[in-house]
Design a protein around this ligand. Sequence first.
Ligand code: GCU
Length: 424
Amino acid sequence: MKRYARLTLALCLVVLTLQAQTPTFTPNYDEAKVGNYTLPDPLKMNDGTVVKTAQQWRKRRTELLELFAREVYGRTPTKKAAVSTQTTATEAKAVSGLATRREITLTILGKPLHLLLYTPNQAKGRVPVFLGLNFNGNHAIESDPTLTLAKSWLANTKDGGVVNHRATGKVRGHELARWPLAMILKRGYAVVTLHANDSFPDHKDGLAESFAPLLYRAGQTAPAADDWNALSVWAWSLSQVVDYLERDRAIDAKRIAVIGHSRMGKATLWAAAQDERFALVISNESGEGGAALARRNWGENVWRINTAFPHWFNGNFKKYSDDPNTLPTDQHELLALIAPRPLYVASAVEDQWADPRGEFLSAQAASAVYRLLGREGVAADAAMPDLHKPIMTTVGYHIRGGKHDVTDYDWEQYLKFADQQWRR
Ligand code: GCU
């Protein structure tokens, strides 16, 4: 009997420990349970002063950048490292002859960032460009076997595409559908992409292999609570590409559109908030920690994202896991940091995890800053549009049918938006 009791106790302890290790999460998908929340006002300074002029907004902008850096994404080192640039391959007739494709390596502090750049062969003069991070490596953008396979860490896949965390030939073209190169090139735009994992391998111990330790302060050995993490490093890598594009004679560096899907959408928004050289910004289903409001309890929340992806945000952001209402910011203020530059936020109806309504409400709330700066945004009293009814003011928004993805429908809207904004 005594032995039986001990065994039961031991079993209970095992069950309890397992439960503690794998906490369950039930997302809310019921509007009645979203609860009340009050969004912080982007047009109110920390001391309560109301922002009424574009000049005051510049001061408020600095305050908000500081809050997002300190409490959410982490600070980006300002140190400029020397960069060496090398073109490793050129294909003059890529994408059925539509483009010249260049593989370019930027070596920063001894570590490479591999760019894949397509410029339309038909173009005369410098061309505007769409820049975006990819998830699976540059070889995933096309199925062309001559394209160099990415060497950075990738999550293993069961189909043999990634073995021992390295890509095999099987993953070529894996992201092809998300990058409709011919469609974009025919409209006269260049495309440049890079693998996010080149700058920060996307796993919880990725920091050690990222750029972060290379940019530690003198004597530093570990990240501080306000230091950068994956999203900030990815954002920084996008700015490194801008530094390069400013030197490339085929590119109009005043017309760089930056696009990001999902986690890359989060990094993209943060990149564009900090670096005003991104002239047009597209968030494709960036969800929690991206365009979606943190205070609105729908789908993924702060607790879940911090638990599943502890390496994305900084240490301080973990303080807000239990109650996003205590955050000093919300995500509409991240979007507002992009004003007055054109911004497009897109959702998909079957992507409730990313909270489409929260993404729309965020774009709408950010529009107050666009109006202050003399641009038209989403009207304060506008209802959320129906499926496939894009809004295209300086702030664009659409929700389409289907799942979490980047589709041709999304790209058609982005190309139209860029043409419209840049009067092409
Ligand atoms: C997960 C994560 C999201 C993220 C997405 C993605 O679903 O919870 O926050 O946006 O992955 O990057 O595809």
